[in-house]
Design a protein around this ligand. Structure first.
Ligand SMILES: Nc1ncnc2c1ncn2[C@@H]1O[C@H](COP(=O)(O)OP(=O)(O)OP(=O)(O)O)[C@@H](O)[C@H]1O
Length: 763
């Protein structure tokens, strides 16, 4: 095929640069306008509470606009589609229209239907696309273009450059990594695009090996769904759950650059609002807490707090002491339990039952007819008697002891901190597991406690009558304020409107009554849906995305399913990487309790991170996990074989630091991670960090748990045998550790290497 003449190529580049310039001019104009609107809104002052709230939300919207336009500066336009009918479409991070609304769009958003062929068209199925062009830019300058000619006729006649889209992909995947994830909008692959644009409804599971882009796809799907179902999802918000805060920091910047809001990012430990469960937990304890058996344990713990006294209890009362018989309490408890109400919400019913029984007791004593006839007390007397009893502080204290109103935090802390309570509620668990649950120190909550707290909240119910009464009081206050405001409007109507009786003229009072005006005032909650969602345990999200989903426990799943009653979910993960005891072994096991088989599976098969040389080694480890599994195909090879360095035990830290230094030098740019087994972390991490301090944030020191979902350019893996021996999921941990690198892997060890690594060339 003939290459285009240099003069033609230069002219084509100049034409593209001119188009880019037009796009950036338009972007600048939009940014200036957004800035102007923001400044104007900020200058406004005063007004009623309602107008102030309205202004605050306008300011927030203008700020979001400014941020959205600033975030697309780099790589604003990255593609061009030429269609067989002569059409030409530029694809970019956002859509841009010319000032003239009739003119064709200057730039089409990558999420719009018109952009789809950019990701899907192939020579075999060109979808009307003649040529796909990738634009390589840095800042506002065009550096070059890569063309794929999909019209075979044109390709045969040698028009168009013979460069494929692979160039852009390979450049992207081989670029050095920083500590932040980048978006992949310019190079989304067809199998990824199908997942990103899958319908909103239903549950989609995305299974794929390390580096196949699961996280990238999940984030781009969030952006796509928010774009396509904007109204529905910005009001209900999208929840993205990732394994730990390091991971959330790593991905947090991808979404703003995709210009999205309405997203809540949380770890499983954050899902119970108000408690940020960060305390570390031993894996075997987390395993017990994560088992679904804990749901029954918590239900039993609640039941255990509904006490029947061992013998009769004397309750001091005004007209002489009363006796509360165990049988009376047991009968009251039974009747209340049968209502199925949550514990706290059932308490008033329990009070009524007990008060009735005691009132009958008093009535029998003071109203008995000496002649043996019916009781002499009237219904009114009896009601008075019950009222007195209800207010009696002695009886209230007794009721509090028999059926205490509890917060979830109290229930869980009391249970875990008391062996007797554990024995009563967790009798179905083996004694060793009960002992693991016990904690003597009453310390802060861990991530594995968060789903227990959430479950406890479900079982206890929130008695929000006090809050509802307060809200009603606030509403009444606001209504009387609004009534006053409307009076003023009515009073001044004759001044504002010349002809009061003109039916064509609507006064404020025709459109609003005090209650409506007050409701506007009270409901003006300036928080975004995402902020409200994060603070509300009962929020039902519009869509939930779970990353590294294989790490969630059965109890975590119960929480997530409660947050997403519609089951509109995207679940991404890799069951071969499950590190948590009690994490997912198969997706059907995880989902069956909630969905039976009503979920769809999509698979990703190509690794864009890990080069062929490293995947070869990882493949041997994967075979140890399950001989039926094979690693994803590598999109490229790095040209460097992994190496092993054997040293004496006491030199592990020193050698790891030395290797890290050598890798940093070999890479030039990019990041290195030293991955340590959990049981060596405390001993080795400080020395490695100190030795590598000069590298700054180009060097990270991770345990495997921390490394989940992250990547770097070179990995120095220390003592893999300890990694394998350190956990029942040791092989999975090794598989994760090996597959973090985009380019280079070295292994530093004192003990013999695990068999699949035994063939590594010695360094
Ligand atoms: N289409 C693509 N174009 C460019 N880069 C891509 C593409 N798909 C994935 N990548 C890159 O490959 C790397 C791995 O992606 P990602 O972290 O999403 O994989 P993963 O499947 O979640 O991996 P793991 O299972 O290890 O967590 C990232 O750097 C990502 O940006």
């Amino acid at each position: 095929m003939d290459a285009p003449r240099p003069a033609d190529a230069a002219a084509a580049l100049a034409a593209e640069q001119a188009h880019l310039d037009r796009l950036y001019d338009r972007l600048d104009a939009l940014r200036a306008a957004a800035g102007q609107r923001l400044r104007e809104a900020l200058r406004e002052t005063g007004g009623t509470p309602a107008t102030r709230a309205e202004r605050e939300s306008r300011v927030a919207a203008h700020r979001a606009d400014e941020a959205r336009l600033a975030a697309v500066e780099e790589g604003l336009c990255f593609g061009r589609l030429d269609t067989t009918d002569g059409g030409r479409t530029y694809i970019g991070r956002i859509g841009l229209r010319a000032e003239d609304p009739e003119a064709p769009p200057l730039l089409v958003d990558w999420r719009a239907p018109a952009a789809r062929p950019f990701y899907l068209a192939t020579a075999a199925a060109p979808e009307g696309v003649r040529r796909r062009r990738h634009l390589r830019t840095s800042g506002r300058t065009l550096r070059g273009v890569d063309d794929e000619v999909l019209d075979l006729d044109e390709a045969r006649h040698g028009r168009g450059a013979d460069v494929t889209g692979e160039a852009a992909l390979l450049a992207a995947v081989a670029a050095p990594r920083s500590g932040r994830m980048r978006d992949i909008v310019a190079t989304i692959q067809a199998e990824q695009d199908r997942i990103i644009r899958a319908p909103l409804a239903g549950t989609l599971v995305v299974q794929g090996g390390p580096g196949t882009g699961k996280t990238a796809v999940a984030l781009h799907r969030a952006a796509y769904l928010l774009y396509t179902h904007r109204r529905e999802l910005t009001s209900r918000a999208v929840l993205i759950v990732g394994p730990n805060t390091t991971f959330l920091r790593y991905i947090a910047h991808v979404l703003p650059s995709l210009a999205e809001t309405g997203v809540v990012l949380q770890t499983p430990g954050d899902l119970y609002p108000g408690v940020s469960a960060r305390r570390p937990e031993r894996p075997e304890v987390a395993a017990v807490k994560g088992d679904r058996a804990m749901a029954a344990v918590l239900a039993a713990a609640v039941a255990d707090r509904q006490v029947v006294p061992a013998g009769p209890v004397e309750v001091p009362a005004e007209d002489g002491p009363l006796t509360l018989e165990p049988a009376t309490v047991a009968a009251a408890r039974e009747r209340v339990r049968r209502t199925g109400r949550p514990h706290n919400l059932a308490r008033p019913l329990f009070d009524i039952e007990v008060v009735h029984a005691l009132a009958d007791q008093v009535a029998a004593r003071i109203g008995a007819d000496p002649l043996g006839g019916d009781n002499l007390l009237t219904a009114g007397d009896l009601a008075d008697l019950r009222g007195e009893l209800r207010r009696d502080p002695g009886l209230r204290a007794e009721l509090d002891a028999l059926w205490p109103v509890l917060t979830p935090e109290e229930l869980v802390a009391d249970l875990l901190g008391d062996r007797d309570r554990l024995a009563a509620a967790a009798g179905s668990l083996p004694a060793a597991q009960r002992e693991l649950l016990y904690r003597a120190d009453g310390a802060a909550f861990t991530a594995a406690d968060a789903p227990l707290l959430d479950e406890a909240a479900e079982l206890l119910g929130v008695d929000d009558r006090a809050a509802a009464r307060a809200a009603a009081r606030a509403r009444r206050r606001a209504e009387s304020y609004a009534e006053g405001a409307l009076d003023i409007v009515r009073g001044s109507a004759s001044i504002d409107v010349e002809d009061e009786d003109d039916p064509e003229i609507l006064a404020a009072t025709d459109l609003l009554d005090a209650a409506q005006l007050a409701a506007r005032h009270v409901d003006a909650d300036a928080r975004t849906a995402a902020e409200r969602a994060a603070a509300d345990r009962e929020w039902a999200y519009g869509h939930v995305i779970v990353d590294e989903a294989q790490e969630l426990s059965e109890m975590d799943w119960r929480v997530l399913m409660r947050r997403c009653p519609s089951r509109s979910m995207t679940i991404v993960g890799d069951t071969a990487q499950t590190g948590r005891h009690g994490g997912a072994a198969s997706w059907s096991d995880v989902l069956a309790p909630y969905l039976a088989d009503r979920w769809r599976l999509a698979e990703l098969t190509v690794s864009y991170r890990t080069p062929a040389e490293i995947l070869d080694v990882a493949g041997g480890v994967l075979a140890r996990i399950d001989p039926a599994l094979s690693p994803p195909a590598a999109v490229r090879s790095a040209g460097v074989a992994p190496r092993a360095y054997r040293v004496a035990e006491e030199s592990l830290a020193q050698e790891a630091a030395r290797r890290a230094g050598a890798e940093l030098a070999a890479l030039g740019a990019g990041t290195v991670a030293v991955v340590l087994p959990d049981d060596r972390y405390a001993a080795l991490a400080p020395a490695v960090r100190q030795a590598g301090a000069a590298a700054g944030d180009r060097l990270a020191v991770w345990t495997v748990g921390r490394a989940k979902g992250l990547e770097c350019d070179a990995v120095v893996l220390v003592e893999p045998a300890a990694l394998v021996a350190g956990s029942p999921r040791g092989w999975q941990d090794l598989y994760v550790a090996l597959t973090r690198a985009t380019a280079r892997l070295s292994v530093v060890h004192a003990a013999a290497l695990p068999t699949p690594l035994a063939g590594l060339a010695a360094g």
